[in-house]
Design a protein around this ligand. Sequence first.
Ligand code: SF4
Length: 121
Amino acid sequence: MLEKHLICISCPIGCELSAGRESDDSTWKITGNRCPRGEAYALAELTDPRRVVTAVVRSNSPVQPLLPVRTDQPLPKRFIDRLLNHLYTLTVKTPVKCGDVLIDNVENSGVRVIFSCDCEK
Ligand code: SF4
């Protein structure tokens, strides 16, 4: 029997979840959740964990030499290190607008990296 313990972060209650499955069965049984969102959260964490990524990139702006960027939706965790390493190599040209796309379709995931602020120059 495999067992894992997680805390649901889908709302402030923070239910303590237990996930268990037989070693020859891929189906997780989730307990401890007060609502269905907890089960959905646990199953996503166990099978395809994702996070919204925030970072800064260098720019050629003398006013804002570092510009905040983020993914427009959660990115599979296995891609995050490679994305951050790539972002830290970039120097972007201004101007940019909040919501402009810096990177489209990260690792063919359908996730985009967008600017989180305006920078005129
Ligand atoms: S299981 Fe439901 S009630 Fe519990 S923390 Fe998650 S969202 Fe909130």
